[in-house]
Design a protein around this ligand. Structure first.
Ligand code: ADP
Ligand code: MG
Length: 482
């Protein structure tokens, strides 16, 4: 259970009178479905229907100063992670223990080694990224949860939820407060990144290929990008394939262009391939390698994927490491300020100390493996059990220990498909995500932008809050001056 220290005020007085509340929720559920704030049902899956995605009726309050700080620092983080991805020595050294015990990361690493030995056919990498934060402690400063480099979600519907929360504020007559809802252009910003990579490749007939899961629940978020691309440039071909299909339909030409079903692919956009289940057999690994060998611009390239691991995040927090990648002291200080305590569990003195700290006070930490997508971390007393079970094995080097962030509590109405109307007021905590786009190679950065935001909110007692993973709800920030 999270023991949060502070509460933040709500954006308007609550509770809302019951009849008014019911009516506005009914209307907003329809607004949500009709504007694609949707997700496919896991329990009652059908290709023919979409549920609205869980959302917060009212935007949750967030300190303006910290929001602006997160927005401001995004391009520095993009630059940092781009440089990390292109520093072979650093990645190699940082991941050497992890890849021996974590098979998935190990296999990704092998692909990276293979293409480097063979000679890289595409030097450019496209990053559509998101840096996640929670507010921490009495001073409510943002602390980074993680920097996501693959299959970054919610810029599609996250954009829509900002409009949905605005709609509710208007319905309730709070026109004078609308200026506290920051504008959000995440969808266009992220899609522009795909389009720019496609233009750089320079073949008007080539396609953008989205790598998808066998079954996609978070379909609206993904389709929004496809449809936005159509709006921005109606002529660009965009296709969706699983890795299994790429294995069956794909090949490389003599000069390493990727051809799938007869179409040249210039940009690969992963919305899958970040968990072991998504690359289940040798066929999918072969497809993953073929893509990496190709001339297609990958979002992300394999090294950018590896740079997004938790192990790398932990290594960046060590003294003196940021200085290897950033030169301006102001930028270094700003990045250091958003880091929370991060500890490796290697077989060295620091690793042993971290193990002891976790055993002494497990509630202070979150224990994380090298996984993405939610639901993998260990919390509370289970940390102790997990550590005791692995502390004398190599397994421990594949995990990191992170100081637990203690976000302030907000009170709000979470609206869920199948939930009762009106829902009870509940205590919540939020996680802010800032989106970024970066394109470049080891020598130069051609595009580096901050492009928008999203807020995810979960009940205060839940450890994790992924929306697509089923734990949290979509939200948007209501900026306050505190
Ligand atoms: P994943 O790659 O699975 O998304 P995250 O590092 O984002 O992994 O962790 C998943 C979730 O766990 C986060 O969205 C957040 O709700 C919670 N979490 C992660 N790290 C911390 C932390 N240091 N303190 C508190 N909660 C955390
Ligand atoms: Mg996460």
């Amino acid at each position: 259970m999270s023991t949060s220290i502070m509460t933040l005020p709500s954006c308007i007085p609550i509770p809302i009178e019951e009849n008014q509340l019911k009516e506005v929720i009914e209307k907003t559920k329809d607004w949500a479905v009709m504007h694609g704030i949707g997700i496919r049902s896991r329990t009652n899956f059908s290709e023919d229907s979409i549920d609205f995605a869980p959302f917060l009726l009212l935007p949750s309050t967030f300190p303006r100063r910290e929001f602006e700080k997160a927005v401001e620092i995004q391009t520095t983080l993009n630059e940092l992670m781009h440089r990390v991805a292109h520093n072979q020595e650093f990645l190699k050294e940082t991941l050497q223990g992890t890849i021996q015990v974590d098979e998935f990361t190990g296999n990704l690493y092998k692909i990276w080694e293979t293409v480097m030995e063979e000679g890289v056919n595409q030097r450019l990498s496209l990053g559509l990224v998101r840096s996640d934060y929670m507010l921490h402690g009495i001073s409510n400063k943002i602390k980074q949860v993680e920097y996501n480099t693959i299959s970054v979600s919610m810029s599609g519907i996250g954009n829509g939820i900002s409009l949905c929360n605005r709609f509710v504020m208007e319905e309730l007559g709070h026109f004078d407060l609308l200026h506290n809802l920051p504008e959000n252009n995440a969808l266009t910003g992220m899609t522009m990144g795909l389009l720019e990579a496609w233009k750089i490749y320079g073949d008007p007939k080539a396609a953008i290929m989205v790598i998808v899961e066998d079954v996609t629940y978070n379909i609206c978020d993904q389709r929004f990008h496809e449809f936005e691309l159509r709006r921005l440039n109606p002529r660009v071909k965009i296709m969706r394939r699983t890795l299994t299909q790429i294995y069956q339909e794909g090949c490389l030409t003599d000069d390493n262009e990727l051809v799938v079903n007869g179409v040249i692919v210039s940009v690969i956009y992963y919305r899958s391939a970040y968990t072991p289940e998504q690359i289940p057999t040798k066929k999918e690994w072969d497809a993953r390698l073929m893509i990496e060998r190709s001339q297609a611009i990958k979002c992300p390239s394999i090294q950018f994927h590896l740079a997004g691991t938790k192990k790398v995040q932990q290594a960046l927090a060590k003294p003196g490491v940021l200085e290897m990648f950033l030169s301006e002291p102001k930028k270094i200080a700003a990045v250091r300020e958003i880091f929370t305590g991060l500890y490796g569990l290697d077989f060295d003195e620091a690793g042993d100390q971290a193990i002891q700290m976790a055993l002494d006070d497990p509630d202070r930490f979150v224990l994380k493996p090298q996984r993405e997508g939610g639901g993998n971390n260990v919390y509370g007393m289970e940390i102790r059990d997990a550590i005791l079970a692995m502390k004398d094995t190599k397994e421990r080097t594949a995990w990191i220990l992170m100081e637990r962030i203690r976000p302030p509590i907000t009170t709000g109405y979470m609206v869920r498909p199948g939930g009762k109307n009106p829902p009870d007021l509940a205590e919540m905590v939020s996680e802010l995500g800032i989106f970024g786009v970066i394109i470049g190679d080891s020598q130069k950065i051609m595009v580096n932008r901050q492009v928008g935001h999203m807020l995810r909110t979960k009940v205060a007692t839940a450890d994790e809050g992924g929306v697509a993973a089923g734990y949290g709800a979509l939200d948007s920030p209501y900026l306050i001056d505190i």
